[in-house]
Ligand binder design. Structure first.
Ligand code: HEC
Ligand code: HEC
Length: 306
């Protein structure tokens, strides 16, 4: 049984904000945060619209609007989140997953996942509580919650935030919360393995390069591993250690939801795909006749293993 190596992506976003301010003269996190913190003032926590908008902006790129996730890459939250909430320390776990991320192989409904969940500590307490209440109630999840389940409140998030964990510590917590659920060594039958090799064209990689020079080079460097403003290498051994055992969907969804750090998701889907083609070309993947497309199911079948 092959154990995949996990992606390590646990770093704080606030320093990025400082970098972004330095580079671009402004940082979008600050104003967004301030607006969110004042948006919910009523005694009954009104999570509905804040929860939905927070989910769409920060989570749907990986877990999908439908909450179904993407097999082999991102676990489903539809049908699954209430199962977590029903465990003894389930509420505490849910808050910490979103605040601090998760790193380690997990099994949901017999399918294994071992990409990394990035931390979302840059969101406000209101946003994190609201997005979790949304996840616990959307897609019919409300029908599966334990009787009398009280909404997660901003105060719960504030309390968890005061004692920060690494995403590996959150993984250890998950094993305590769900002791009965197998966390490693999923049955091979349950695993959805990526089978095909990545496909992209040389032209597409060139388009990606132009976009890279414009939006990414300042931090990740002209050679993809010589960044001056805190961006890690996105080429070579560092890249393959993080992404080389996964599939293209994980890399694409991560990049689209987190990069560039001051305005993630701001580029078009085509531009993100072109950027991925460029990054792949610089990591020794072979171009060919077919373009890479932004179809998550197709991307999920393309293995980055060489
Ligand atoms: C870049 C992709 C990505 C984004 C964006 C993302 N997640 Fe995740 N999420 C994952 C992955 C991958 C896992 C499983 C991690 C693992 O296997 O260790 C996960 C796990 C989870 C879990 C725990 C599931 C379990 O069974 O323990 C919850 C809850 C969750 N995510 C909620 C969210 C919420 C809420 C957001 C938005 C604030 C979000 N995620 C954004 C990729 C993502
Ligand atoms: C303001 C600086 C900055 C800019 C601009 C930027 N990045 Fe990043 N990038 C980072 C930092 C810092 C990390 C590490 C984040 C973390 O670990 O949470 C990162 C991580 C990444 C990763 C994951 C690397 C790994 O294996 O850990 C990829 C892929 C990536 N960026 C691609 C891009 C692309 C593509 C663009 C352009 C659209 C871009 N970045 C723009 C700073 C930046």
């Amino acid at each position: 049984m092959r154990r995949m190596k996990n992606i390590r992506l646990t770093r704080l976003l606030w320093p990025l904000c400082a970098v972004a301010t330095f580079l671009a003269g402004s940082c979008a996190l600050g104003p967004r945060l301030a607006a969110a913190q004042t948006s919910v003032t009523t005694p009954g926590f009104q999570w509905q619209s804040l929860g939905q908008s927070t989910f769409r902006a920060n989570c749907a790129g990986c877990h999908q609007e439908s909450g179904q996730g993407v097999s082999g890459a991102f676990p489903p939250l539809a049908g699954h989140a209430p199962e977590l909430a029903a465990q003894k320390s389930g509420r505490n776990y849910l808050v910490r997953v979103v605040l601090f991320g998760l790193e380690g192989s997990i099994v949901v409904d017999g399918n294994s996942f071992n990409a990394a969940m990035p931390p979302w500590a840059q969101l406000s307490d209101d946003q994190i509580a609201a997005v979790l209440d949304y996840v616990l109630n959307a897609w019919g999840n409300d029908q599966k919650l334990p009787a009398g389940f009280a909404p997660i409140l901003p105060a719960d998030v504030a309390a968890a935030r005061s004692k920060s964990l690494t995403s590996s510590e959150v993984y250890a917590l998950r094993r305590e919360v769900l002791p009965s659920v197998q966390t490693t060594n999923a049955s091979p039958a349950g695993r959805t393995d990526a089978k095909s090799v990545p496909t992209f064209t040389a032209e597409q990689a060139e388009r990606g390069e132009a976009a890279y020079r414009h939006a990414c080079q300042d931090c990740h460097g002209s050679a993809l591993d010589n960044g001056e403003f805190g961006g890690p290498p996105i080429k070579g051994p560092y890249f393959s250690a993080h992404w080389g055992t996964g599939n293209v969907a994980a890399l694409y969804a991560y990049t689209k939801t987190k990069m560039p750090p001051d305005r993630p998701g701001d580029l078009s889907a085509e531009t993100y795909i072109d950027l991925i083609a460029f990054i792949l070309s610089r990591n020794g993947y072979q171009d060919g006749a077919a373009e890479l497309s932004a179809d998550l199911d197709a991307l999920q079948r393309m293995s980055l293993k060489k």
